[in-house]
Design a protein around this ligand. Structure first.
Ligand code: NAD
Length: 477
């Protein structure tokens, strides 16, 4: 078992202020793979002090100097890529192939997306009225990340902080801290000055809250549940710091009768099940035009039955376990709620899949005849669970799609290009995918309504970490 009890503060791996061990479990075996420390407000204080001191000089480095550091980080990440993929399989349970092709890949993609955006960033410009506008690093940033796409979130926050001349303290999820510690080793090797990047492990109530409340933190960038995002906002309010939030989702997927039904429904179900359903932007509510409803249900039954769970340490397209016992219990409760509320169970259901008594495995589950008021249609399940809901008209589809507290992503399947544009314009969501159009690195990622208020990636992601200063000169004589 790995001993990972130190934190990375001021360019050194240091002992925590108090001994408070937590075991990191492999979700497929339920066995401990490492021991970490849970940090306290004292550790957060030390890390924030280091970041504050480092900001004095790092904020004045040139864009070229920071670009060179990021290019070095990219080369190191690429060199240690397989180590990152293996770490994600061990602590998150992401199957080996998926870890390599998706979970680790985002670390490269986002870094390149930010490097491109940084090259285009205008730090100083003349406004049409003659005033000068300057963009400056906002200061010391507190970064809190979840476990579901851990490197994705770390890259989306740490890279723009470092790129813009900010300094930061990262508190990753206590369920998946090892990839974050590996990332810290890479940042260290790249040669960022001491104190520019710091890492403290811990839980939300102690380390997380201490960061949000800290008077010397200028901005909090948070990704996680809407519940915790609200807590971070409240904790940050007394010191009037900027808070950017990337929260949950319950994304609608509108399937019109004129779509390529076989291809789009199959791909949508696989996308819903990807990462064991643990994606904030997963298409979890499939809204289906009544005239093709029975066909879609038949395809869903077949695709759902073909979806297999399996050992994440093996290559393949199978689904791994959920990340933790808590997550397993939450997903079970929602599957049972679906049955209890009268949705028609097509595939899966409560309990573990046969042969997978050990590990947090769940059955890929699909419900048909779901009403949009049921819990499985309103709450984020965060497991491989799909809800299918019929509709009759385009207007009804749009109304059902928007009838949610969330607004992260939305999906539209149709053979009619004009309809796709028309419907996309009316969906209250930060990202609309048409006929499988993917999210590309460098485009803004973020949501409307209770899915958050920030935009990560590329130019928009850099802007979240910048302050705007206007310089007024007297009129020329
Ligand atoms: P979570 O909210 O339980 O935890 C996320 C992080 O916040 C962890 O590091 C945790 O320790 C910390 N935290 C928890 N309570 C806190 C508090 N009171 N103060 C400060 N920090 C606190 O979420 P999770 O279970 O780790 O992740 C899953 C959630 O993240 C889902 O809701 C998912 O939709 C969301 N998510 C959103 C995006 C996005 O970009 N919108 C991306 C990935 C995940």
């Amino acid at each position: 078992m790995l001993d990972k009890r130190k934190f990375y503060i001021n360019g050194e791996w240091v002992e925590p202020a108090a001994q408070n061990d937590l075991y990191v479990l492999n979700p497929a075996t339920e066995k401990p793979i490492a021991v970490i420390s849970l940090g306290t407000a004292v550790d957060i204080d030390r890390a924030v002090a280091a970041a504050k001191k480092a900001f004095e000089s790092y904020s004045r480095t040139s864009l070229e100097e920071r670009l060179a550091l990021l290019e070095r980080l990219l080369a190191i990440y690429e060199r240690r890529y397989d180590e990152m993929a293996d770490t994600l399989t061990a602590e998150l349970g992401a199957p080996k192939t998926m870890s390599r092709e998706q979970q680790a890949d985002v670390g490269v993609g986002h870094l390149k997306g930010y490097i491109d955006a940084l090259k285009r960033l205008k730090l100083r410009e003349k406004l049409p009225n003659g005033d000068t506008l300057m963009r400056e690093p906002i200061g010391v940033c507190g970064l809190i990340t979840p476990w579901n796409w851990p490197v994705n979130q770390i890259a989306l926050k740490v890279v723009p902080a470092l790129a813009t001349g900010c300094t930061c303290v990262l508190k990753p999820s206590e369920f998946t801290p090892l990839n974050a510690m590996l990332y810290a080793e890479m940042v260290e090797e790249a040669g960022f000055p001491p104190g520019v990047f710091n890492l403290v492990n811990g839980d939300g109530l102690h380390a997380g809250a201490a960061l949000s409340k800290h008077k010397d933190i200028d901005m909090m960038s948070f990704t996680g549940s809407t519940r915790a995002g609200i807590a971070v906002s409240k904790d940050a309010a007394d010191t009037v710091k900027r808070v950017t939030l990337e929260l949950g989702g319950k994304s609608p997927n509108i399937v019109f009768a004129d779509a390529d039904i076989e291809e789009r429904v199959t791909a949508s179900i696989l996308e819903c099940f990807n990462n064991s359903g643990q994606s904030c932007d997963a298409p979890t509510r499939m809204l289906v035009e009544r005239s093709v409803y029975d066909d879609v249900v038949a395809i869903a039954r077949r695709v759902g039955r073909e979806a297999t769970v399996g050992d994440p340490s093996k290559e393949g397209a199978h689904i791994g376990p959920l990340v933790s016992h808590i997550q397993f219990e939450r997903v079970q409760a929602l599957i049972e709620a679906g049955v209890g509320e009268g949705a028609r169970l097509l595939v899966g259901g409560p309990g573990k899949p046969e042969g997978f008594e050990t590990g947090y495995f769940v059955k890929p589950t699909i419900f048909a005849d779901v009403d949009n008021s049921m819990r499985i249609a309103r709450e984020e399940v965060f497991g491989p669970v799909l809800a299918i809901i019929p509709f009759d008209t385009e207007e009804e589809a749009i109304a059902l799609a928007n009838d949610t507290n969330y607004g992260l992503a939305a999906y539209v399947q149709t053979g009619d290009r004009q309809r796709a544009e028309r419907v996309a314009a009316r969906l209250r969501a930060g990202m609309v995918h048409i006929n499988g159009g993917p999210h590309r690195y460098g485009s803004p990622f973020g949501g409307y309504k209770q899915s958050g208020n920030g935009r990560e990636g590329g130019t928009f992601g850099l802007e979240d970490f910048l302050e705007v200063k206007t310089v007024h000169l007297p009129d020329a004589a």
